[in-house]
Design a protein around this ligand. Sequence first.
Ligand SMILES: *Cc1c(COP(=O)(O)O)cnc(C)c1O
Length: 362
Amino acid sequence: MNTTTAMVHNFGAGPSVLPKEVFEEASRAIIDFNNTGLSILEIGHRTNLFQPVMDEARALVKELMKLDDDHEVLFLHGGATTQFMQVPMNLLNENELAAYTDTGAWSSKAIKEAKLFGHVEIAGSSKETNYTTIPKDLSVSPTAAYLHITTNETIAGTQWKQIPYDCGIPLVADMSSDILSRVLDFNKFDVIYAGAQKNMGAAGVNLVVINKNILGKITRPIPSILDYRIHIKEGSMMNTPPVFAVYVVMLTLRWLNNLGGVSAIEKINNAKAELFYKTLDSLPVFKAVVAKEDRSYMNGVFVMEDPNLEKEFLDLCKKEGMIGVKGHRSVGGFRVSMYNALQYESVVAITDLMKEFSNKHG
Ligand SMILES: *Cc1c(COP(=O)(O)O)cnc(C)c1O
């Protein structure tokens, strides 16, 4: 967002664009929270000023995801990266097996951490295609403690379209980069986790949704701060939560709810992604990286037929106020992130620029 200078389009992969209303309300709350004369930054987390924020944030997640009573909503510290180890610490005994899918940089990191706690089998991998696809045939041991998937690989630009709901064992998902962007059967997941900073708020807090029935089967002692059961019992208030980050999430969830919820944003996200990929496929100067059916609707990854032109396009983007389009260093090229709060107009703007560039060089 930018209120003082020319229009800026923020395609950054994370932290990323949030609704303008959220920035405005959050900035007001820093000065004067709900006409209390206090800043949101100075109120106690156990006061009757903050408790309603936490309650509303949790209730909105339940409502937006249509969660049943078995599913608990937590807001925890540490980023999604902490969940890479917190999940196996709570769900995987040392002598047991967990099934993981390997779809790119993020799932690889999750796999690495899980190996510290138990055995890992790779139930499906797209390593052979250089992570440009999503594996279709999974091989999951029925005795595995859970299956882990990364629903959207933020760097590779792939996304699971067919969720393996019927894998026969508890399903765990890292949804950091597509949380609440599309309608899924959220109750069929046993753990969902997401760092807030891509699709639902400010950095500094994680959403964790957990089916409480899968807990309590672990023999190792778990430090309190990492024990899901204690966080559930304490209502996400075992220690000081990241107060401001939870507040920003609450505002973003309110915005999403007012918009019509997940099915409403899904329609907008589909329209954005369809415009983006249709344009990409129509221009010979640019080249998509990901197999058509596995393309992420959140992160559009592409390169150029002639890599020598990449700098010129990047400079043009910069000149036109298009921010954050440089590809991840491991993939190169470009990445256009189209998270929930990115407006359709921003996708129109960048696709127009791509057409203009292509006309000049085609
Ligand atoms: C960004 C990201 C992470 C890491 O999140 P942190 O909050 O920085 O720990 C994990 N998984 C996915 C899919 C991501 O996009």
